[in-house]
Design a protein around this ligand. Structure first.
Ligand code: 7TS
Length: 417
């Protein structure tokens, strides 16, 4: 996309300031200064319509779903299934039966690893991951590898934090039974060339599991265009409630997969001798689900879609460029993650200063960032650091927030530098 076109479609700072007013949690001071929230990659704040809808749902329509023959159950079921259709539209799935409600991205990936993996992996088979994965797209595959005798292979990353795409062809082989990749890296901000990767994997007959946790809140996701087989994300990073997430799976794959957990609502017929299962997605939603979660997520998706994901991405990208330029003027700063294609996530280290100290000094000025390994220890190993400081942007951040953050870093330097 041409740069002017991106700029003309970006959320403006004035709009972001207006959106900020929709988020009650942002209307407060922290340690005597106005709160500057730069930790949306960990979790985002919730707009008033999401909070109000959840409250109203509990006040007027709450009941269990898919069972009672009464008015409230009907209302709750309609709201729950309406949310499923909303999610399908959000990521352009072909059918709402391809949407499984889970606890979050972590559970979505565990579900695929346990169900698809145990059914399809054997000794000597390979699972191809990348060096920039979040632990939740590594450990579930390690668990199933231990159980099946499969092995992990890893696509390395460059000094800029980009996938070494030229290594993919040699790593994809006859034994590769799954590719697992983040759409956007939470530790580096890199946006991965998914379409190319999916094409390569499919040419090899290998399905692709995408961890879309950091992409779904900031990029327009079209699972049909991407061509991926599975796509996972969490509601809480998408301005919705925590405890609700989404697994998208291609219908033929979901139908062929065995259940992940057993219990109520996932069966067709149960006897002590034999049980038959419901079709997807019910087969993967055993027990009473999080009922209000999808209802809140529905409204969060409406909120984000009204603003427009292209406009949100362009705005976060503007903040990233503005912050990147300013932070590079500070002596001793080293950026971790300098890919060409980056989303609104800025990770860095400060020579001789521990990230936790940076986090504490910024917090004293009301600025919330995340410090640590970001559940991506292989990334830390790759860049030979134990931790980074990370500022991440949301639709409600402004250049004024970035100015406060940069001023805060100068303060860090004055105290510790
Ligand atoms: N994948 C990515 C890329 C993530 O960023 C996260 C959470 C997860 C998976 C797991 O999501 P969950 O909702 O199931 O926990 N990332 C972060 C983070 O960067 N800081 O706190 C949580």
């Amino acid at each position: 996309m041409a740069e002017e076109e991106i700029a003309s479609r970006a959320v403006t700072d004035a709009e972001a300031t207006r959106f900020q007013r929709d988020f009650p949690c942002l209307q407060q001071e922290a340690h005597g200064s106005p709160l500057v929230y730069l930790d949306s990659a960990a979790t985002s704040q919730k707009p008033q319509p999401v909070i109000d809808t959840i409250k109203r749902f509990y006040e007027t329509s709450y009941s269990n779903v898919h069972r009672g023959a009464h008015l409230l159950s009907e209302r709750a079921t309609d709201a729950y299934e309406g949310a499923r259709s909303r999610v399908a539209r959000y990521i352009n799935a072909a059918d709402s039966r391809e949407i499984v409600f889970v606890r979050g991205a972590t559970e979505a990936i565990n579900l695929v690893a346990a169900s698809y993996g145990r059914a399809n992996f054997g000794p000597g088979d390979e699972i191809l991951l990348t060096e920039m994965e979040h632990h939740s797209n590594i450990v579930p595959w390690q668990l199933v590898a231990e159980q099946t005798g499969a092995e992990l292979k890893v696509v390395p990353i460059t000094d800029d934090g980009e996938l070494m795409m030229e290594r993919v062809d040699e790593l994809l082989g006859e034994r590769t039974k799954m590719v697992g990749v983040a759409h956007v890296s939470n530790a580096l901000g890199t946006v991965n060339p998914l379409k190319v990767l999916v094409e390569k994997a499919h040419a090899n007959g290998t399905p692709v599991m995408v961890d879309g946790c950091q992409a779904a809140p900031r990029l327009a996701v079209d699972v049909q265009e991407l061509g991926c087989d599975f796509y996972a994300f969490s509601g809480h990073k998408l301005y919705g409630p925590s405890g609700i997430g989404v697994l998208y799976g291609r219908q033929d794959l979901l139908e062929a997969m065995p259940p992940y957990q057993g219990g109520g609502e996932m069966i067709r017929r149960v006897t002590f001798d034999h049980t038959t299962y419901a079709g997807a997605p019910a087969k993967f939603e055993a027990g009473t689900p999080n009922i209000a979660g999808p209802v809140g997520l529905h409204v969060a998706m409406d909120y984000v879609a009204d603003i427009g994901l292209e406009a949100i991405f362009a705005h976060e990208r503007d903040l990233l460029d503005y912050a990147t330029e300013a932070i590079q003027q500070i002596d001793g700063v080293r950026l971790i993650g300098t890919a060409d294609d980056k989303a609104g996530i800025l990770s860095f280290v400060f020579e001789g200063v521990h990230p936790h100290d940076i986090g504490t000094i910024l917090d004293n000025q009301g600025i919330a960032v995340r410090t640590g390994h970001h559940c991506a220890q292989p990334v830390m190993d790759r860049f030979q650091v134990s931790a980074t400081t990370r500022a991440s942007f949301g639709l409600y951040n402004t250049r004024e927030d970035v100015d406060a953050f940069i001023k805060g870093l100068h303060e860090v330097k004055a105290i510790l530098g």
